[in-house]
Design a protein. Sequence first.
Length: 321
Amino acid sequence: MEGDMSEKEGYSISNKWTFTANYGWVLLLSHPGKDDVIRILRWSDRVEMTLPRYLLRPAADTEDNQAAFQRLDAEFEQWDVQRRKDEAIEVEQRAKFAAQVEAQRRAEAERVEAQRRAEAEARLEFQRLKEKYEVAWYRETSPVSPLYPILMDLVTGNKFSEGIEQWLKKEKLFAVLALYYEQDGKFATAGSFWRKAEDPSRALRVSEGKRPASSILCMRGGAYRDLGELDPAETCGVQAISLSPTEYHPYNLLGAIYYQRGLPEQGDIFLQKARELGSKSNEDAEIRSAFKKAGKDEQRHVAEYLLKKDPERYVWAKHYL
């Protein structure tokens, strides 16, 4: 705005319009001849309004100007009341919206915190179960691991599916399978998994005092073999044959025992008998396993025997001469 805005009796805008400041209104902007509205400011409270140009008259119409500004005051009061109502409604709406946003923020924070606590508790429970079921060494610590629900199944006594068993075998979690079969009362199978978990002593403990059966005797014989106790291992094999002479497992057991003793000739007799009874086991793997458990003198004798028997098939035995 140009010019002095003091309590001057009249104002001339571009030499065409006159404006009276005594009524408390001050002209802000006008473009005579172009716009149909002007913007004015009420001096007392700096409230701005836009009104039609026709409300202002030339300076000669002072009384008309006074009446126009009085009407303007009345209209402004109505507008101001409505403005205050609108502002109050807007403030209330903003407060409600802010409260909703804050409530949502708090709810999300509580949800995240609850989830964090639940995950921390589940992680601790998972570790506790791994220790309880003797697989604390397992690398995964997050409760999203497939092992966590499997261990929970052990707690509740749920049956393992074939898929779960295959996964446990793949991950070499044999102790879990051993404990599962212990709970299920299948002690021969449980003992076999304890052997795979490299705990043959546990295999003997879980089957101690159980009703003699060929399967349990063969498992116990294998556990004694793992411990290098070949006399009780042989006794188990002989007892298993007396109970089930047509089953091939005890013959495989005795064949391996004799190889481990350094008596491969006798070992071959029992392995041959096992084949005749339907054994499909990997005979070379059985021999090599027994060979590794034998003493150095026994290994040398077995190596000489195998190389004489088939030097190409048993070429690995040269390393033990």
